[in-house]
Design a protein around this ligand. Structure first.
Ligand SMILES: [Zn+2]
Length: 334
């Protein structure tokens, strides 16, 4: 496959930056001679050097299917010898007029795009950038239709996706990475103060064998702020939370409560927040669940106390849970 080493290097670098990418989230593409190479669904950008994670798609065909309002515009548009399928967000990449397109669930960006009326607040950080925004809509063809409207009306290099992330385009892989990285840095304001974790305090809760300590200590921070704990347990802020933290987060105050919970919700155990102690995760938690939890805690840690948030609605959550393409992504990460 005609993919340059520098493109692979940049993909891996982005994939390893936890501020930008958590687990299999995010995707990158480039267009060449009527084709578009895009990250496969469910694969991780951080694996770019270890194995092939890209699928070659017929860019011209995707664009004409989109023009004809084909309900499945990527159908028969990729190399059938590939065992992988192109990213759920292929049509969004295809529509962006740039040669290189990068889409990430950047935590600094998400700490803004989950807020009500965030556009007014971020304006001052974005001088010199051609940007627009779209409200939350199911990723895939629905989101692409919204992106299409924006692209037809104006010159735009960056689009903020409500409760989802950011997509940017440029004429080189280096510059698209630079744009996203710079925006991410500008949108970082502050985060919760780092609290010292006392691991001994977990001992009694760990008597409940259904739970274990999370891999990354960072996630404990939100359990030390009442407001941020409530934010975490109130609902879903972005699609990967719905898909990979599907049993939610809950506050518990005693071992009794935890034992009761583990009995009543056997196969659907939520993440638990223990106020001023930290967080425990279900024993069956996989890497993808851990990575999504790190992302969520990074986003929540960056929110101001008086924040007004948009959560995904029940309907929006259901359309993700029952979506065959998300089920595919989930299966690959189990
Ligand atoms: Zn996305």
């Amino acid at each position: 496959m005609e993919i340059s080493k520098s493109f692979i290097d940049i993909t891996e670098k982005i994939g390893k930056d936890i501020n930008l990418v958590q687990g299999p989230g995010g995707n990158i593409s480039f267009k060449s001679n009527g084709f578009m190479y895009i990250k496969a669904s469910g694969e991780k950008m951080s694996d770019a050097k270890n194995k092939n994670i890209f699928v070659k798609t017929d860019h011209k065909k995707i664009l004409s299917s989109l023009k004809n309002n084909d309900p499945d515009p990527i159908k028969n548009c990729w190399d059938k010898n590939s065992l992988m399928r192109p990213s759920i967000e292929t049509t969004m990449h295809a529509l962006m007029p740039h040669k290189y397109v990068l889409h990430v669930h950047c935590v600094n960006t998400l700490s803004w795009v989950t807020q009500k009326n965030y556009q007014k607040k971020i304006k001052n950080f974005l001088h010199g950038i051609n940007w627009k925004s779209v409200p939350y809509i199911k990723p895939g063809i629905n989101l692409s239709n919204e992106i299409n409207k924006i692209i037809r009306e104006s010159i735009v290099d960056v689009i903020f996706l409500g409760n989802h992330g950011i997509v940017a385009g440029a004429e080189s892989a280096e510059s698209v990475f630079e744009i996203v990285k710079k925006i991410s840095e500008k949108l970082y304001i502050s985060e919760l103060e780092k609290m010292e974790i006392d691991l001994k305090k977990f001992n009694k809760y760990l008597l409940c064998r259904e739970y274990k300590l999370p891999k990354n200590e960072y996630v404990h921070q939100i359990a030390f702020s009442k407001i941020h704990s409530l934010i975490a347990t109130k609902g879903d802020l972005f699609p990967d939370q719905t898909v990979f933290l599907e049993n939610g987060l809950i506050i518990i105050n005693s071992l009794e409560e935890l034992t009761m919970l583990s009995k009543s919700r056997t196969n659907k155990l939520p993440v638990v927040l223990i106020p001023n102690v930290g967080i425990l995760v279900p024993r069956i938690f996989k890497d993808v669940n851990e990575d999504t939890l790190v992302g969520l805690s990074m986003i929540i840690s960056r929110l101001p106390k008086d924040v007004l948030l948009n959560y995904l609605t029940k309907e929006e959550r259901n359309e993700l849970i029952n979506w065959d393409l998300e089920i595919h992504r989930k299966t690959l990460n189990n």
